[in-house]
Ligand binder design. Sequence first.
Ligand SMILES: Cc1cc2nc3c(=O)[nH]c(=O)nc-3n(C[C@H](O)[C@H](O)[C@H](O)COP(=O)(O)OP(=O)(O)OC[C@H]3O[C@@H](n4cnc5c(N)ncnc54)[C@H](O)[C@@H]3O)c2cc1C
Length: 403
Amino acid sequence: MERDFTPELAAFRAELRHFIAAHLPADLRERMRLGHPAGREDIIAWQRILNARGWATPSWPPAFGGPGWSGVQRLIFLDELARAPAPEPLAFNVTMLGPVLIAFGTPEQQQRFLPRAANLDDWWCQGFSEPGAGSDLAALATTARRQGDHYVVQGQKCWTTLAQHANWMFCLVRTDPAAKPQAGISFLLIDMASPGLSVRPIRLIDGSAHVNEVFLDEVRVPVALRVGAENRGWEIAKFLLGNERAGIARVGRTRERLARARELAGEIRQGGHPLIEDPVLRHRIAALEVEVQALEITQLRLVSAAERLPPGEADPMASVLKLKGAELQQRAAELLLDIAGPQGLAIAPDPFANAPDGIAGADTVPDWAAPLAPAYLFSRAYSIYGGTNEIQKSILARSVLGL
Ligand SMILES: Cc1cc2nc3c(=O)[nH]c(=O)nc-3n(C[C@H](O)[C@H](O)[C@H](O)COP(=O)(O)OP(=O)(O)OC[C@H]3O[C@@H](n4cnc5c(N)ncnc54)[C@H](O)[C@@H]3O)c2cc1C
């Protein structure tokens, strides 16, 4: 695909690639290449390097410190980060909160929060979902009642990614329980150190605990930290969720994982031959690569078309990117685990016997294989967060196919 970009875009890509090669810490690159997720300190350090270069907030207008890139340039940026591989700027700060404050925030909110979000001086998390409100987000039950110049918030959020690192949460709350579900919601900025707020980790199938429950028990939030008008939070939530879907196809990430799969299949031998010589495996890799390329072309077409849409208007076709992107990421994770074979299985060592032949115990899983089973297990989440596959299909049926 790269050869088909204009000379200007090719030069832009080369500049990004050169910068990333020169500034991305080598140990972080190597851990990510093996398939480990970036840690908190890695994410902060790298975002600050990007911010110093003016590249941490690709979608923000120049007046707010953004680089003024087109949609296609932003995709190339994500592509180059994935290729390195390097962490993306923290989506909660950059893709979600930033554009909301730019579009709906007061000048005070913008001045106070935007520079700190760009530099990851504040780590934001997203308090939307609740135990009874996920796909049907408008069913959210967390309430905020007005008391003078404060709201008093009572309720529970769920699946809050990386809340354990966050010092701020943007949150949807119900300010008018009598109104229609969508009409009584407001958007609040909540300090995670507020009395009455507590975070409890949820252990996931991959062994990680990076999603959480957040409990809000009579938490006082200044009215000045409401974004937009009272009871108009649904409009802001829709705007934010539209932005969340941008880049969700993760084409670059899937392509990087496929490159890793090829590399591993060239190194691992079975029956005296490298796995990559197996025609069935070659076919599987090739088929995935073709689909990734098709998704990339679709994504470029949609991003170019989106630049002609009125500001704030979302294209329902973005659901195709979410659907297909999730599927291809899942297939790439499965492919890597299959290539690792028994070596990818972190089986707890049997205390009574030696591990069965050929199956590594947890303490002997080689470093190159260790992240592959957790990554495969976590990949189930791709078709859940950001709107489930079923919801994406309904959007396409209704808004694109007119069914
Ligand atoms: C790893 C991970 C991280 C997350 N991070 C965050 C976060 O940081 N902040 C946050 O606010 N949320 C987060 N979420 C929550 C996520 O947005 C929700 O899980 C998602 O919207 C689905 O909601 P739910 O879990 O309540 O499932 P439900 O909405 O209860 O859905 C259950 C099943 O029913 C199906 N279903 C529901 N409604 C329909 C319908 N109308 N038609 C057809 N099928 C339907 C769904 O597709 C699904 O298969 C995260 C989730 C995961 C897994």
